[in-house]
Design a protein around this ligand. Structure first.
Ligand code: G2I
Length: 335
């Protein structure tokens, strides 16, 4: 288990002294917060792409497996678990003393098809068994788990999914109870998108968080932060703060800032400003514990296949050139 949580409570003065003196990398500049990336198995193990691993090791201090801990991969058939790919990523992370985020246990997407085909009465035990088995497998090695991912619609109502339909609204509480039992030292997170500003969706997440927190069942909230250049919510910092005020830590968990491609000079400049804005918002909130970008290089980003004609979301372009946003991010992390 990475001990950065303990570090984090020390005074910022003492921490400045323990950080790398040069602060010349994202991870050194971010310390005591972590600076992490989503890392995919295929990219990590691609022998012809040594730069991916080199940049990961040099610049990042944490990771989230991009797909390899999702239900369709870890339990493709009922009761048949496969952690092979996740294990390779976690072992790499441990070898480099990374903070590891587990993503994700209860999500409507990338769910194994069998979960929607079993009798209604078995969904509850299937969910509990999935959480318990995955968390027990990695017990003591994961800093934080996204227990429930994307459980709300943008209007703040519960998102319809197989768990809500068959278990009811209690599925949230049961999932967190089960997770707490499986690995009591792991931080339990709720993770979602379009919750970065104050709006109906983040209001509903906050209500859920207050209820779970009153029962000791939640520790943190992840704000995915899949933004569009020029559209980062102005109230990001205030919104993070109201969650912290409710007693949980917060993290930026899937940051990318996309634009129509090809980009021009003004878009590149705004992209760089937007990254700094997000970093500054996190750093202004004492219990914003870290930032994860959803990938390292544009060449492996999920954006172009989901939003045709868009891209440019990350800090390295598809030729592994650092973008202006890399430098504004580094500068913002240093201050
Ligand atoms: O969609 C962006 C992210 C939104 N929040 C939750 C994250 O878990 C999600 O990540 C993305 C991955 O970055 C993609 O890599 O989730 C996508 C699916 O929901 C992932 O895409 C899938 C493709 O759709 C599949 O065709 C592909 O086989 O990745 C799979 C594995 O490479």
């Amino acid at each position: 288990m990475h001990c950065f949580g303990a570090l984090f409570v020390s005074s910022s003065l003492a921490l400045a002294a323990t950080a790398s003196p040069a602060k010349s990398t994202l991870k050194a500049a971010a310390s005591p917060r972590y600076f992490a990336a989503a890392i995919g198995y295929g990219h990590l193990t691609n022998k012809t792409d040594h730069l991916f691993r080199e940049i990961a090791v040099a610049e990042y201090g944490g990771l989230t497996p991009e797909n390899e801990m999702k239900w369709e991969i870890t339990e493709p058939e009922q009761g048949v678990f496969n952690f092979t790919q996740a294990e390779i990523i976690v072992s790499f992370a441990e070898a480099h003393d990374y903070v590891i985020r587990g993503h994700t246990l209860v999500w409507y997407s990338q769910l194994a098809p069998w979960v929607t085909e079993i009798p209604e009465s078995e969904v509850l035990s299937a969910m509990q068994n999935h959480i318990t088995t995955a968390m027990t497998h990695f017990k003591g090695r994961i800093y934080a788990w996204d227990v429930v991912n994307e459980g709300f619609n943008d209007d703040g109502t519960f998102r319809d999914n197989v768990f809500l339909e068959n278990i009811g609204e209690d599925y949230f509480e049961i999932a967190y109870q089960t997770a707490r039992k499986a690995d009591p030292r792991a931080k339990l997170y709720y993770n979602d998108y379009n919750t970065e500003g104050v709006n109906n969706k983040s209001d509903s997440v906050l209500s859920l968080v207050k209820s779970l927190k009153s029962k000791g069942l939640i520790d943190g909230v992840g704000f995915q932060s899949h933004f569009i250049v020029g559209s980062v919510p102005n109230d990001l910092q205030a919104n993070l703060q109201r969650f912290v005020d409710a007693g949980v830590e917060v993290a930026i968990t899937e940051l990318d800032i996309r634009a129509n491609t090809p980009v021009n000079a003004s878009v590149i400049a705004q992209h760089a400003k937007d990254f700094a804005f997000v970093v500054n918002a996190c750093q202004a909130v004492k219990k914003c514990v870290g930032i994860t970008t959803w990938g390292i290089t544009d060449s492996y980003s999920w954006i172009p296949s989901t939003f045709p004609g868009q891209g440019y979301g990350l800090l390295w372009d598809d030729s592994y050139e650092k973008k202006p946003a890399y430098y504004t991010t580094l500068t913002a992390l240093r201050t």
